[in-house]
Design a protein around this ligand. Structure first.
Ligand SMILES: [Zn+2]
Length: 306
């Protein structure tokens, strides 16, 4: 039976409700070679983030997918401590972000080395933190994959064949997603285990439909952002549903988080916007409860469970 692999162990669908598929509890967007990169006291992260997580839980959030991968401040030990302090299961990634965030050891590694590294973190655990990775998060350059990013993706697809883990990629342009799906299929994996993160950034809606028809997950993960209105997302979501692709769509905020680059970790943004502000607007627009449950519960579970 498919289970969501979390910091609090494997979870079945009937143990979960609303799942946020793209958020950050802890992130550091400075590159790995900067002083202080990814450094923080665990108790300081808990102090800042636990109240936000409690509000999210009160608003119905039952699990959250952490998207800070290697290169942008992945800290499985801190995530595990936050989960244990709050009771919220987090889904931690293996994989690595795009250039120039890719550390030297990954630049130097062979494709087989990277496949074995990701497979080990997905089937066994992330060393030395004792957390099992739940999925693979990577990224691509805005104008196309570099050689190293393509190597990482081929390795991820090979790890996916062994583990059935979903691969999520921060990819801004739809035509780059086309290249990524070709690589995944070439490695014997399937577009159905690929999430196009930040789909809303591609202005050509035809590409959203094209990738979802090919089987990929599309993800509108800037709900509640300052740049894109709720009306924008309501209209996009209705068009996806009208195209019969409601079973390929994910919704999230891309919010958080404790950021060690900022004094005191900065000011987190609430994980409650989707539940408290946005879902009522989808109801007003005529979406029924089964459709809302599909978009916020069964879709993210199906995407990430393995
Ligand atoms: Zn993100």
């Amino acid at each position: 039976m498919a289970q969501l692999i979390t910091t609090l162990g494997p979870k079945r669908a009937d143990e979960l409700g609303l799942i946020l598929p793209h958020e950050h509890v802890f992130v550091d967007l400075r590159t790995w070679d900067q002083p202080g990169y990814a450094q923080a006291e665990t108790h300081a992260v808990i102090t800042l983030m636990a109240p936000e997580i409690a509000r999210a839980q009160a608003a119905g959030v039952t699990a959250l997918v952490e998207c800070s991968t290697v290169g942008i401040g992945r800290r499985p030990d801190i995530l595990k401590a936050v989960s244990e302090a709050t009771g919220l299961p987090l889904v931690v990634p293996t994989g690595v972000y795009r250039e120039p965030w890719i550390p030297d050891w990954i630049q130097a590694a062979t494709e087989a080395d990277l496949r074995d590294w990701m497979t080990g973190e997905l089937l066994d655990e992330i060393r030395p933190d004792g957390v099992k990775a739940g999925w693979i998060k990577l990224s691509a350059g805005d104008d196309g994959l570099t050689e190293c990013e393509a190597k990482v993706l081929r390795a991820a697809a090979a790890a996916g064949v062994t583990t059935n883990a979903v691969i999520g990629s921060h990819t801004i342009r739809g035509r780059v997603v086309r290249d990524q799906l070709k690589i995944i299929e070439g490695a014997g994996y399937t577009p159905e285990r690929f999430i196009w993160i930040h789909t809303q950034a591609e202005s050509d809606f035809g590409l959203h439909v094209e990738m979802a028809r090919r089987g990929a997950w599309i993800e509108y993960d800037a709900i509640g952002s300052d740049h894109l209105s709720d009306d924008f997302f309501v209209e996009r979501i209705q068009r996806v549903l009208d195209a019969g692709l409601g079973d390929r769509l994910l919704l999230s905020h891309d919010r958080g988080s404790y950021d060690p680059a900022l004094p005191g970790g900065g000011t987190p943004k609430p994980f409650t916007y989707l539940s408290e502000q946005f879902l009522p607007k989808l109801r007003q627009a005529g979406l029924d409860e089964p459709t809302l449950r599909q978009l916020t519960q069964s879709n993210p579970f199906r995407a990430f469970a393995r």
